[in-house]
Design a protein around this ligand. Structure first.
Ligand code: C5J
Length: 222
């Protein structure tokens, strides 16, 4: 077993069963005119984590370990976007509305693309997800089973929404989960800190947290 220096205690994993899951590093959450900004958020908080996310992606690729990307997006007819999601709040632009980067959170539009520095390579798994959790209404579970994955390292945005929801889904499905502290971000710093704390509380009740550097050291040595 290899180990990542993590909190609340070291995260043990087998290199042949670990994968990186990068959640929703899309233009819609990071750039002006996208979904994140339409909800009134300070999007400038997101791009500072790009170097740490990129370092993780590069490290997993260099070690020959799987990198899985997720994208929050909906079909053009919005048949997979329930009113409970589309009509929530009072955003400047709703999901499906035309914005400066195309239709908000609609598959195939420029705004839903993953940030260019973090773009998937041909052959990497890309999961398009209509919900907050990446297991809901997607083939992620089958893909992980096919690869024999048991340990998941998470990065991406936003910490307390799609990242935390996916970690909890994964935890309930029996995966050992670790969140890279400096490779995830929220529009609300206090929500990020609370999420990291609640994940590792009670003896890692949902999972572990560690720096991206600690993850990279462990997979390079494994
Ligand atoms: C949100 C996400 N925040 N990817 N989506 O609506 O966390």
């Amino acid at each position: 077993m290899a180990e990542i220096a993590a909190r609340p205690f070291p995260f043990a994993f087998r290199p042949e069963t670990v994968a990186l899951v990068v959640i929703d590093m899309q233009r819609d959450f990071a750039e002006p005119g996208g979904f994140g900004e339409s909800l009134g958020n300070d999007i400038s908080r997101i791009t500072p984590i790009v170097p740490a996310v990129k370092a993780l992606i590069d490290g997993f690729r260099a070690a020959g370990l799987p990198v899985i990307h997720t994208m929050e997006c909906h079909r053009p007819d919005l048949s997979d976007c329930p009113p409970a999601k589309r009509e929530r709040g009072n955003p400047a632009l709703r999901i499906g509305d035309e914005g400066p980067m195309g239709r908000i959170l609609v598959a195939g539009e420029p705004g839903t693309a993953i940030l260019p520095d973090l773009a998937p390579l041909p052959g990497e798994i890309v999961i398009e997800k209509p919900g907050k959790g990446a297991f809901y209404a997607t083939p992620l579970g089958e893909k992980l089973q096919q690869l024999g994955i048991r340990h998941l390292v998470f990065a991406g945005v936003t910490t307390e929404v799609c990242v935390q929801t996916t970690m909890r889904e994964a935890n309930d499905r029996g995966y050992e989960c670790l969140l890279a502290e400096d490779a995830t971000e929220s529009y609300f710093p206090e929500f990020k800190e609370a999420t990291l704390a609640m994940i590792r509380a009670q003896g890692a009740i949902v999972g572990w947290t560690a720096t991206a550097e600690a993850v990279l050291e462990a997979i390079a040595d494994a």
